[in-house]
Ligand binder design. Structure first.
Ligand code: PAF
Length: 282
């Protein structure tokens, strides 16, 4: 496994590779990330994993400074998973005009309006930051396949839109969310939870499961189901942000005519913002 920090070295390491599978990450790797690597390996013998905590996708009051950086442990996990190349650029390497504190001169991708809903409503600019760094990483790695977790359903949707609308020659693959035994979706941010919070954190997943069951049982009053799930979570000590039933094809608010659905939720336990979603058909 090669560890590479610069774009020039990455390009020279990859110049004879025709078929590259790519897994972009922000590090602090868990079993969900390793599952992405396993899927990548099914598509190409050369698997590149990037580890880069992207400042452009964090809001001014978010956890950029405290985001867990665990490079040594990450390297061991990636080596054990047979990764070919780990790309770990600095902020200066990724953003050439970064002056040490301002990224506001950086050219960015403007995502479609759906990026301002759901997680984007609480995190203005987040998906512009994600789309921009993913576009840059695609240009550096030039993969034929890129693998993302379904846990970030809205992110996966926006990246698929970017690939389609900018005609990028990359096949985007979404991988099912890996969960803890109780149902909690694996996330680097789970590390912020106290033991007591961790014991109740699967309530978010249960709230979404309850909605899926109700819809499958014939309840079509989506806004009532969303409100009820939010109230339940709030009464359990969460601060819910959104619970939303959407078309999984368009990510627009679901109508009763839609049959491919996704229920997405975001809520805070203490200061930790967790997200989850479930796709289903009726
Ligand atoms: O999902 C993530 O970890 C990040 O948003 C990504 C795709 C690596 C871009 O920074």
């Amino acid at each position: 496994m090669q560890i590479i920090n610069t774009i020039a070295d990455l390009r020279s390491a990859l110049k004879n590779q025709e078929n590259i599978a790519f897994v972009p990450t922000m590090g602090n790797l868990h079993a969900g990330h390793i599952q992405l690597v396993e899927v990548a390996k099914q598509h190409a013998s050369c698997v590149v994993v990037s580890i880069f905590v992207n400042p452009l996708q964090f809001g001014p009051t978010e956890d950029l400074a405290s985001y867990p950086r665990t490079l040594e442990a990450d390297r061991k996990k990636l080596k054990a998973a047979d990764t070919s190349i780990v790309f770990t650029p600095t902020v200066e390497e990724m953003y050439a005009d970064f002056d040490g504190k301002n990224l506001n001169q950086t050219m960015t991708i403007i995502p479609p309006p759906i990026a301002n809903e759901l997680c984007g409503a609480a995190r203005p600019g987040h998906f512009a930051g994600v789309a921009t760094v993913v576009m840059k990483l695609f240009n550096m790695v030039q993969p034929s396949v890129a693998v993302f977790g379904q846990k970030d359903f809205q992110q996966l949707f926006i990246i698929k839109q970017m690939v389609k609308q900018f005609n990028l020659p990359v096949n985007i693959i979404g991988v099912d969310t890996v969960r803890e035994p109780g149902g909690l979706a694996m996330s680097s941010r789970n590390g912020y939870l106290t033991n007591a919070q961790r014991a109740t954190a699967s309530q978010l997943n249960r709230a979404l499961q309850g909605i899926v069951q109700s819809v499958k049982n014939g309840n079509r009053d989506y806004s009532q189901l969303e409100q009820q799930a939010k109230s339940t979570l709030n009464s359990q000590g969460w601060t819910s942000d959104y619970i939303s039933i959407r078309s999984s094809l368009t990510l627009l608010t679901a109508s009763n005519a839609d049959t491919d659905l996704v229920v997405l939720g975001s809520a805070k336990l203490g200061n930790t913002r967790l997200i989850d979603n479930l796709t289903f058909n009726i």
